[in-house]
Design a protein around this ligand. Structure first.
Ligand SMILES: Cc1ncc(COP(=O)(O)O)c(C=O)c1O
Length: 442
């Protein structure tokens, strides 16, 4: 008998699941087989309310008609075109459309397939930019403790989540880290920006002085640190980073993979905080999470610095087979159309206080030691079980799933980021389910 004949569709062994407890999952699988708007359908036919927009990406909700139709049409019309030395109209159209919603001056877009690729692309652009200007001594990259910038080598080097770094050797050299901005004592139960800690931005000045500022190429931060458990920046912190960068010729990179495309009630967190970076890293909500795609926005002077030398030469030796691929570009255009037609960024802005009020109403429930909200993002931090970090939050995750709610946990923190189409009633539903779970959690 052919060995392949023995493979059954419900054999869970072969698939090594990413960022998952594989053995736990395979003993009691949680399978989604369908989705529409705010809900997933499980293999058992249950409806599960999406409290996390998939993985912070399905900002317009699931299976939205414009996006589905655009992908179907594009697949039938032009499935793939070579990304290098050839083009197709939709990638150019999407880049131009993106430039119109980006902060002023970020008018050029480099396409990738994910947040991780966008991060590494941004770091490479920063290094190559200085070199193209004849300033090749700027080789250092600065990140921040607790930062998450995806899982590729550049991203984990500047990232500051220990568990994502410690297994992987020496990483990139020439990297340093600022301190994280979390200060539970002074900023507990914050709504919007944290009150205290703007002075932590001076870490950049201190690190610059240590290494000599002329050796530093770029600093990268998430405007709101997401994956580490939602840490809104202290008031004035990002502005101060911008000032220090300007003072020393350091490029400021915002990783907006989570905060981009309406999550904050504005197109980007840069708009929310009134601080414009030199490079902006995005993915996820760019295509509503439907087709993998990332976009790195750069300031005009960065793009222009590369556009020199003989015209037949490739200016930047970087790119992916699927950079700006036709189906992803079609999905991106239809996603932008959906956001605009339905006014979803404005909707998120209007919901921000409703969201904050609802999530903060969980203060005082068992195990809750902090709550943080900003935009349509929320975090509920639980007291860890002594000696068993992450177990309490993971148990909340399993109970929520059983109760028909998808949440995400990181450490002992519950992170929430629903699609921007969520109704006030559904916000109430999230809070009701969580309240019951917290009251019954070990
Ligand atoms: C801030 C940030 N950067 C980068 C990434 C990596 O994105 P991806 O998983 O698409 O590679 C993520 C993913 O959550 C993220 O939150």
């Amino acid at each position: 008998m052919n060995e392949h004949a023995a493979i059954t569709p419900n054999n869970l062994e072969a698939f090594w699941m990413p960022f998952s407890a594989n053995r736990q999952f395979k003993q009691a699988p949680r399978m989604f087989v369908g989705a529409k708007d705010m809900h997933y359908t499980t293999a058992e036919g249950r409806q599960v309310l999406d409290g996390t927009a998939g993985l912070w990406c399905v900002n317009a909700g699931h299976c939205r008609p414009l996006i589905v139709e655009a992908i179907q049409r594009q697949a039938a019309e032009l499935d793939y075109a070579p990304a290098f030395q050839m083009g197709h109209p939709k990638a150019f159209e999407l880049a131009s459309r993106l430039a119109t919603i980006a902060p002023a001056g970020l008018d050029h877009v480099f396409f990738t397939n994910s947040g991780s690729e966008s991060v590494d692309t941004a770091l490479k652009i920063a290094l190559a930019y200085h070199r193209a200007k004849g300033d090749g001594a700027r080789f250092r990259l600065i990140g921040r403790e607790r930062g998450y910038h995806g899982v590729n080598f550049g991203g984990i080097s500047v990232g500051g989540i220990v568990g994502n770094r410690k297994m992987f050797g020496t990483l990139l050299t020439g990297v340093d880290h600022m301190r994280h901005t979390h200060d539970a004592e002074r900023n507990g139960f914050s709504r919007g920006e944290a009150e205290h800690g703007a002075d932590l931005a001076d870490d950049l000045a201190r690190i610059a002085a240590l290494h000599d500022p002329s050796t530093i190429a770029a600093v990268i931060v998430e405007p709101v640190a997401g994956s580490t458990g939602v840490l809104p920046p202290p008031k004035g912190y990002l502005k101060r980073l911008r000032e220090i960068c300007d003072q020393h010729g350091i490029l400021l990179i915002f990783d907006e993979v989570i905060t981009g495309y309406g999550r904050m009630g504005t197109a980007f967190a840069a708009d929310y905080f009134g601080v414009t970076p030199d490079i902006m890293v995005t993915a996820k909500g760019l295509t509503n999470g439907v087709i993998p795609m990332g976009a790195v926005y750069v300031k005009d002077e960065i793009y222009d610095a590369f556009m020199s030398g003989a015209e037949h030469l490739i200016e930047f030796a970087h790119g992916y087979t699927y950079s700006g691929s036709p189906i992803a570009a079609a999905a991106g255009l239809a996603t932008l159309e959906t956001y605009k037609e339905e006014g979803l960024f404005e909707r998120a802005k209007a919901l921000e206080p409703v969201w904050a009020e609802a999530i903060h109403s969980l203060k005082g429930e068992p195990h809750v030691i902090d709550i943080r909200t900003i935009g349509l993002i929320g975090a509920i931090e639980l007291q860890p079980i002594a000696g068993e970090p992450t177990r309490r939050a993971f148990s909340a995750f399993l109970k929520a799933y059983e109760a028909g709610l998808l949440i995400r946990t990181t450490g002992d923190i519950i992170a929430l980021s629903p699609p921007l189409i969520i109704s006030e009633g559904q916000i109430g539903e999230i809070v009701d389910v969580l309240r019951t779970i917290l009251k019954n959690l070990d």
